[in-house]
Design a binder for this molecule. Sequence first.
Ligand SMILES: N[C@@H](CCC(=O)N[C@@H](CS)C(=O)NCC(=O)O)C(=O)O
Length: 217
Amino acid sequence: MKLYAHPFSSYCQKVLIALYENALPFELRMLEFGDDAVMAELEALWPFRRFPVLVDGERTVMESSIIIEHLQIHHPGPVRLVPDDVRAALDVRFLDRFFDTYVSTPQQKIVFDALRAPESRDPQGVGEARRMLETAYRWLDDALAGRTWAAGEAFTLADCSAAPALFYADWTHAISPQFARVRAYRQRLLERPSYARAVDEARPYRPNFPLGAPDRD
Ligand SMILES: N[C@@H](CCC(=O)N[C@@H](CS)C(=O)NCC(=O)O)C(=O)O
């Protein structure tokens, strides 16, 4: 398998966690800034030039959640990231959507806005993104009551999504101490060996974080 990805990208980390959880071998096609050859390969596969993209034999698989589902179907390992029970799987998929839509999307909005020229910034959109993150933290703090992982006692696709989402969201719009369960969950995710490895591999790129990476984690 070949994975078009960058170690500092949140959606790539989501897939790396799944690969590391089941020790699946793959070749990293690294999307270094300025490496036009690999970027051209990516664009030929997926004109949106969004990553990660997985190439597995004849198949090209886009979208982080779909890549993780693909891995479970075609390369099953001991860690079942999508439960076999269809009802439990629906809860996991819902939480995966929650982290992508209500945590990662507003987080990216704030970061991408910081990369714009000052005259093109969108303060109203950034304000809406910050309010969405606050609502997400509040909702999640209740949802996590009595749970070790997002969907219960098993580590799943939802946690693959949550780990980079909450990692970067806290850097972007700090999770207040009042959301103690969210903060503790973020810490548990950081201590999960698969995510600890992804975070370590991305450490050299921290100076690239547009808002300035805090000196922690
Ligand atoms: N929905 C996509 C989102 C992928 C995405 O936004 N990737 C970012 C990197 S974290 C990207 O490709 N950014 C490059 C760009 O926007 O041009 C997924 O789940 O894979």
